[in-house]
Write a protein that binds this ligand. Sequence first.
Ligand SMILES: [Zn+2]
Length: 452
Amino acid sequence: MPYPPANTSIACPFCRQPITIQVHQIVDVSEQPELKQLLLAGRLNSFTCPHCHNTGALATPFFYHDPDQELALLFIPMNISVKEADQQKMIGRLTQQVMANLAPEKRKGYLLQPQQFFNLKTMVETILQADGVTPEMLAKEEARLNFLQELVDTTDDARLDDLIKLHDADFDLTLFQLLTSALAAAATDRQRAEFDRVQHIRDRALALTTVGQKIKQQQIVIEAFTANPTRENLLDQLVAAEEAEVREALLTMGRPMLDYPFFQALTAKIDAAKKDSQAEEEARLTALRKEILTTRDKIDAQTQAVMESKVALLRELLALPEADLDKTVKARLGEFDDLFFEVLTQNLQQAQQSDPQAFAQLQKIGDAAMRAIQGTQPPEVRFVNTLLQIDYPNQTKELLERNKQVLGPEFIAWMEGLVGELREGGRTETADRLVQVIDQAKEIAGLKVSLK
Ligand SMILES: [Zn+2]
């Protein structure tokens, strides 16, 4: 049984108004794995003040229990002034509660001496170490984040360029990925200034660093291919690309085009070089053909392995009792990607005619996955998703009217930004629908309707 959170009233640390917060005093990983993710992300017992809209996390005692790792940890924040006797009482009460919830054979000794932490960071490190994350890995990660912060804090553009050049060796693929995630986070949180700053840092790093130059080259080649995705163009780009990584990226994107006509065209190029007695070019193209074949097989093997893992995941979910479905989905949220939904859709199509029971079960899995994914999205993203799913114009009008207070100019502008993103992603129909919804929202909010 999951432990229900307790309601606690506090004064908002920002505006001092009284607010009520849901506080988790027990984090049991076997019951509510999503709480572990919140804890690791620094968002356990977090709140958004309904008055001033500031966000914070309440430092409050809690018991962390992971039966698989036999971890029983207790967090007691430094700033809390509780008498030693009361503290012991609280430890006793939480331990009892966890014990009472366990089957007798699972009530083990480690639960009686929970390790105490006064510092949340040390506690998180202990949890990560049990997961196999070493202190060296953590230190490297922290250094990376500190460096990123240093970059963001450097407001002088000339100094920023110097800093980037000085740290050329630190700009590896992971750091560029981190910059990309920081961009995505700023976009989701609608932090315009932060978004612009990180984008500027990324642009400069792409221009000034060794790895950045490589990424940029790769982007140029990939864009040249996606602008004109034909077999001939794929072959031309492959022949022109100097870096093996770029060729691999091209082959990954152009995999469906690696068919008989493609290889015929390549062979024709080799033959032409031979005929013109260009021995060097002939050897280069022959080596390229070999490389393409090897890379193609590698890509296929990777795709196959990923597909198999998704099929295995689906099989595992089908074998679960229904009551455990949501919990398991939440614990493995990261595995529910486009490929998983592709596998799910295929199975749904197969089951539709032949096996109504399996069909119903697969639908439940799909629903649970969608629920879990939407649960992690910010409220405004969920709101827009709902608007796009219900019927236009009547249901959308009704929902917009009920949420009239959030339809400020800023929110409308953010939705308009989404339209662009949807169009870039090729989702024209959804973009068109969102434009209609935005017009409706403007009308309801009393803002001027845009002229199209
Ligand atoms: Zn407040």
